[in-house]
Design a protein around this ligand. Structure first.
Ligand code: BGC
Length: 597
């Protein structure tokens, strides 16, 4: 992408400690400074060398893995370092970052990058690598920094409560605070009492109002005082309440970028396009201060990052018919990329934070022209403002949108009378996907990896409002004797007038109830948009939240290039975005799929 301003060079990643993933059987911590009396490189005096290493396998798949290593210099300062270990099981390094990682025979050598060679006493450097393996990998049992052994039998003297410390009798073997591959797996998720009360009052049964939903931090004020509408609790209240519930994980949405919602008006925010400084100092930093309180260390904090922002820079800029001057500006000034990088990089210093970057949905990013460029832009953001790809747990699809998780009665490869529907149905219109599951799976396993992200990441799909049940739901495929349009329109469960419609959609229902690990590459089906909260007002309503009036929320609107000039399909009488919309909630209950019990 083009920037008109020069971004400062990315600072080296902050030191962090990653612990083993649930996939890894062996303990990863090798620590303890042991001086051997050898001379440190480049030193004229007899220096005390020493080092400790935290080696974590973050992701493992059939024939490879990603590891993250933090080297801490516990001896006298060094100006450069080489860290060496042996791979005994046939592992082969394929790619490293934040260090030059090379392998000769079974010996691996990681040499500092230009910016992380100097380590003061107590200073550390983190780097990572991908490696191929013959199916499993174990943690190397010896590391040498500049030829000096980092002893394997000690414990980190600064971290007496280290949960991976086998000598600490207070710690169970794999406590919930450990870094895991999928933060949803086996986790009890936090139920937001604000939303739950509204849902109960709105007529939902307990099978609905006891569901976990995400907490939206949609303004600086929301950090202390609750987000839009009937939400009252600040972030600390939520985290304390999560501990009280005995929850293992809480979902937050960080949603306050400068120039937010550049292609629409309904969720415009409080920060102007240039206010990246306030985003960092007054939004992300205070969130980080709360989140990093050690009392929350065992609570997994799932961070869904800046909905709709980066995808807007792919499709709604330049010569595209859907371009807006606001998106052109956010692309040119670089503040979406910078903000997302700062967000995940800063919060990623906490071992218990899992960030999922928004990827729009299949009806937006599913076209060939948008798919890989989105992954590439996300990778750029994951390397901006101090972030590294290791700060990314995965990707969030369909957030606050209505795309069906699975279209059971037709497929993008179907043909009607020998004609591919992909080319002949106006609903599909050359998209490569007709549902969210196939889109998200390919994004994780293909586009993200091609962009440079490690393999083994996951996606989450927002299923809060993509159920499409009720009397209009088809019960089987449409006829194959007529046109492609007739076939697709009779087969599809998604009853929207046009795939580009996004505001308070008539006919929608609650989708799959939140579920961990429902399908390969999918960390969870989850309710990110709290059902019952409006997407935007159906007419202009003055407010002090920065929210505008977008006519895509007006049922009398005839559309624009975003939806190829179709009616908006929005429900009437809607309040501004984030506020409770009872009529919509009742419809979501009535049209839920699977139905509500
Ligand atoms: C609104 C936010 C709200 C969120 C969840 C967004 O569309 O802009 O204010 O918190 O939806 O309802």
């Amino acid at each position: 992408m083009t920037r008109t301003t020069d971004a400062p060079p990315a600072p080296p990643p902050r030191p962090r400690r990653r612990r083993r993933t649930s996939l890894l059987a062996a303990t990863a911590l090798l620590a303890g400074a042991v001086g051997t009396g050898a001379l440190t490189q480049g030193s004229a005096t007899a220096a005390e060398p020493g080092c400790s290493v935290d080696y974590t396998v973050q992701n493992e798949w059939n024939n490879g893995f990603t590891a993250q290593v933090t080297l801490t210099n516990t001896g006298d300062p060094v100006n450069s370092w080489d860290l060496e270990w042996e791979f005994a099981g046939g592992e082969q390094v394929t790619q490293g970052w934040s260090a030059q990682v090379s392998q000769s025979g079974t010996t691996v050598t990681a040499s500092n990058a230009s910016w992380n060679g100097s380590l003061a006493t107590g200073g550390s450097a983190s780097f990572g690598f991908n490696a191929g393996s013959a199916g499993s990998t174990s943690v190397p049992d010896e590391f040498r920094m500049n030829g000096v052994l980092c002893d394997a039998d000690g414990q980190d003297p600064d971290d007496p409560d280290d949960p991976d410390d086998p000598d600490d009798p207070g710690d169970p073997d794999d406590p919930p605070g450990d870094r895991v591959d999928n933060p949803y797996a086996g986790a009890q998720l936090y139920v937001n009492p604000d939303w739950s009360a509204a849902a109960q009052q709105g007529g939902a049964p307990s099978s609905v109002y006891n569901q976990p939903t995400a907490v939206w931090l949609d303004s600086i004020g929301a950090i202390t005082g609750g987000s839009a509408g009937s939400n009252t609790m600040g972030l600390q209240d939520h985290l304390d309440e999560a501990l009280a519930q005995g929850a293992d994980a809480i979902q937050i949405v960080t949603y306050n970028l400068p120039g937010r919602d550049c292609a629409a008006l309904a969720s415009n925010g409080e920060l102007g396009p240039e206010e990246i400084g306030r985003y960092k100092n007054d939004f992300i930093d205070p969130i980080n201060e709360i989140v990093s309180d050690p009392k929350y260390a065992d609570l997994r904090i799932i961070n869904i990052v800046e909905v709709d922002s980066l995808p807007n820079l792919i499709t709604n800029v330049g010569s595209s018919p859907t371009a807006t001057p606001e998106c052109d500006e956010m692309k040119a000034n670089g503040n979406y990329v910078e903000g997302v990088g700062y967000n995940i990089g800063t919060l990623g210093d906490n071992d218990n934070v899992y960030s999922y970057i928004d990827i729009g949905h299949h009806g937006w990013i599913g076209w060939e022209d948008n798919f890989q460029p989105t992954a590439d832009l996300l990778f750029e953001a994951a390397n901006a403002a101090g972030a590294t790809p290791q700060d990314v747990a995965g990707f969030a699809a369909n957030t606050a949108n209505y795309g069906a998780t699975v279209e059971p009665y037709f497929d993008v490869t179907d043909t009607v009378n020998g004609q591919p529907i992909r080319a002949n149905s106006s609903w599909v219109d050359w998209n490569n996907y007709v549902d969210e599951l196939s889109f998200a799976q390919d994004f994780v396993s293909e586009a993200a990896v091609a962009a440079g992200f490690p393999e083994g990441l996951g996606a989450i799909i927002d299923t809060s409002r993509n159920g499409w049940g009720g009397p209009e739901r088809p019960t089987g495929p449409g006829p194959t004797t007529g046109t492609a349009d007739e076939y697709v329109d009779a087969s599809r469960t998604d009853r929207r007038i046009h795939l580009g419609n996004w505001c308070n959609q008539a006919g929608a229902g609650l989708g799959e109830r939140p579920t961990a690990e429902p399908e390969p590459y999918i960390d969870a089906y989850t309710w990110v948009k709290p059902p019952g909260e409006s997407d935007g007002s159906s007419e202009e309503i003055p407010n002090d939240e920065g929210k505008g009036f977008d006519r895509m929320c007006d049922p009398t609107y005839g559309g624009n290039p975003q939806n190829q000039n179709n009616p908006s399909g929005a429900l009437p009488d809607a309040p501004i975005s984030g506020h409770w919309f009872q009529a919509q909630f009742e419809q979501l209950l009535a049209n839920a799929y699977p139905p509500v019990e």
